[in-house]
Structures are given as C-alpha cells and as structure tokens.
Design a protein around this ligand. Sequence first.
Ligand code: 5GP
Length: 113
Amino acid sequence: MSKTIFQRIIDREIPAQIVHEDDICLAFRDVNPQAPTHILVIPKKPIPSIDHLVAEDAATVSHLWLTIPRLAADQGLADGYRVVVNCGSDGGQTVDHLHFHILGGRPLAWPPG
Ligand code: 5GP
C-alpha cells in the first residue's frame, strides 16, 4: 500500500511547517488553512481514521488530546479554538491517516457545513 501524504511528512519525504514533534505525535500547519491558525495533529502510528482505533491506541489518543490544548496555548489561541476530526467520505476525510484539526484565530461559525 502506498504511503499517505502524512506518512511522507512524518518520514520527512515532503516538507511541512512542523510546530511540535515528540515520540508519539507530529503537529504541522495545514497547507490550505481554513482559519488564521490551522494545525494538524497526527499520531506517528499510521492509524487510518477514528474508525480504526483499538484499545491499545488509548494511550496514543490520550496523548493527542493532552497535546492539543498545549499547542493551542503555544499558538496564542486564548479566545478559544475548535478541534475537528473528519471520518470517512461523508465526514469529509481526504487523508487516510488519523488527524485532528486545530482551528482558531477567528470566530468560527456553527453548525459546520
Ligand atoms: P481532512 O479533509 O482529511 O480532514 O483533512 C486533510 C487536511 O490535510 C486538509 O485540510 C488539507 O488541506 C491538508 N493537507 C493535504 N495535503 C497536505 C500536505 O501535503 N501538507 C499539509 N501541511 N497539509 C496537507
């Protein structure tokens, strides 16, 4: 199976504006930002989507959720932000590597489209 674009970013085969990296996750700026701040947080483990999570991924998912507010604070999103996880075609997922969008820097409308 061919690598996803995010796996290629993890492997440094293509460039990205990385804002955080540790043993479990990588965070980088979205190439097509939908808000003044738009960061993607991904596990290094190649989990295709939230539908593919298994019990052994619990520590990884916890780590992602604990990292997100730290990144938001680092980015100065003191007035709030949104975390989005798209899943499957109806959910708007276009890259089959689990990712959390952090969106902020402007008021965000609700409901989403
Ligand atoms: P999805 O639609 O799957 O929830 O989100 C995928 C996101 O990945 C999109 O917001 C898209 O702009 C972003 N993206 C796609 N290809 C690249 C890339 O090569 N580099 C970066 N930094 N972001 C990408």
